[in-house]
Design a protein around this ligand. Structure first.
Ligand code: MEV
Length: 428
């Protein structure tokens, strides 16, 4: 089984040929993979058991980012995203990063936070002391709601007590969720310890729910890119030398560090990569988004999740963010495409999945900054966007590429121009 992630010319293959290549590389059974991807993987009657008032299924493109190497292992990275150029850009940036040794990733910490709110606490200081003194008892009580998690090596690990003022004390239960995202697990444990915590604090019991600001479950990714690899060339000619591109990216990073308006867009570029992997693997992207942006604002000022610095002739990128992902439980159990995505990636733990998703985020960020710091985003973006516009105008099969080229060359990427181009092609 050869797990590589470099497939030159992959984009030129048909969908069937691409499936064949990735199955061969990752050891997947092509029949199983094809079946999983047919029709988006979920049938209406299964969907009807997942959520309420189901009318049908909503499809999105499922692609794969190439060239990704994380901690010395090649990964095929499944991405579900509707925006043209995200997958190509991540693959292209991953190739530059690969030349500098690939991504180095690890979990900085791996604990989920569940909160128990206590209010109308008459003496907060003594409540905090009492709750801390009963830490072991609360952990043991939480463990009784942990189900099979303890046998899998996880479970409640720590109790933290925070005095919020205004009669309010909150207990944080920190839980090692192993390969589960863990929302249901930690909510259950918070509900289990809630009444006893309220009794100890002599307060009223409020909410018992996880925190999506899971800043104790953080992933850290670092990469090194040689200046030469950043060179922007067109038709064999250097348009912007790598050294200049490197400085432009460092300046772009500084801009995001100085300005929350820019930081939001910078982080959106990171989430292009992260969310696409989160969606492909059936994980909760709303939770990931909430955590990422709350973490970005943790200092009181919204900041970039990834920063870029010069190190001699190299560019160093570093990303740290909270990421609560699972490879077991939840929607994953019923969604064949999510299972196929995990198999394609060959991740064996939730932490490996987080490391790959964050690497896709850092690659997406690099691709966006490199484009923005040189010729601007529109050139690459709009030529790919032209295909969607061609489809919206009714182009089919080979017409899509022909119409897209026509409107891109004319610099008229809109549905009216695409309809006219389509009519010309059909009349020719
Ligand atoms: C577009 O989806 C993402 C970008 O706006 C990110 C950025 O500006 O860094 C290009």
């Amino acid at each position: 089984m050869s797990q590589g992630s470099r497939f030159p010319g992959f984009y030129k293959l048909s969908i069937d040929e691409r499936r064949e290549r990735v199955c061969k590389a990752s050891g997947l059974d092509p029949a199983d993979f094809n079946q999983a991807l047919t029709g988006g993987g979920l049938d209406p009657s299964t969907a009807d058991k997942v959520v309420e008032n189901v009318l049908g299924i909503y499809g999105l493109p499922f692609g794969v980012a190439l060239n990704v190497r994380v901690n010395g292992t090649d990964r095929l990275v499944p991405m579900v995203v509707e925006e043209p150029s995200v997958i190509a850009a991540a693959s292209n940036a991953a190739k530059m990063i690969r030349a500098g040794g690939g991504f180095e990733a690890q979990m900085a910490e791996d604990l989920m936070i569940s909160q128990v709110q206590l209010y109308d606490v008459p003496d907060r200081a003594s409540a905090v002391r009492k709750l801390e003194a009963h830490r072991q008892e609360l952990l043991e009580l939480a463990a009784t709601a942990a189900g099979g998690l303890i046998a899998r090596g996880g479970g409640p690990r720590e109790i933290e007590v925070r005095d919020l003022g205004d009669g309010c004390v909150v207990v944080h239960l920190l839980v090692d969720c192993r390969d589960a995202m863990g929302a249901n697990l930690v909510n259950g444990m918070a509900e289990q310890i809630g009444p006893r915590a309220a009794e100890l604090a002599k307060g009223k019991l409020g909410l018992r729910i996880l925190s999506n600001l899971c800043d104790r479950r953080r992933v850290h990714v670092r990469c090194r890119v040689h200046a030469k690899a950043l060179t922007l060339s067109r038709g064999g000619h250097v348009v912007v030398p790598g050294e200049e591109v490197l400085d432009g990216i460092v300046q772009a990073s500084r801009f995001a560090e100085l300005d929350p308006y820019r930081a939001a867009t910078h982080n959106k570029g990171i989430m292009n990569g992260v969310d696409a992997v989160v969606l492909a693997t059936g994980n909760d992207f709303r939770a990931v988004e909430a955590g990422a942006h709350a973490y970005a604002a943790r200092s009181g000022r919204y900041a970039p999740l990834a920063v870029w610095r010069r190190d001699g002739a190299d560019l160093i990128g570093e990303l740290e963010m909270p990421l609560a992902l699972g490879i077991v439980g939840g929607t994953l159990r019923v969604h064949p495409v999510a299972r196929a995505a995990l198999a394609l990636m060959r991740v064996e733990s939730a932490s490996e999945l987080s490391q790959v998703a964050a690497s896709a985020g850092l690659a997406s960020n690099l691709a966006a900054l490199r484009a923005l710091a040189t010729e601007g985003i529109q050139r690459g973006h709009m030529s790919l966007h032209a295909r969607s516009v061609a489809i919206a105008a009714g182009a089919l099969g080979d017409e899509v590429e022909a119409v897209a080229q026509d409107i891109a060359v004319a610099g008229q990427i809109n549905v009216d121009a695409a309809e006219q181009a389509l009519a010309r092609i059909r009349n020719a």
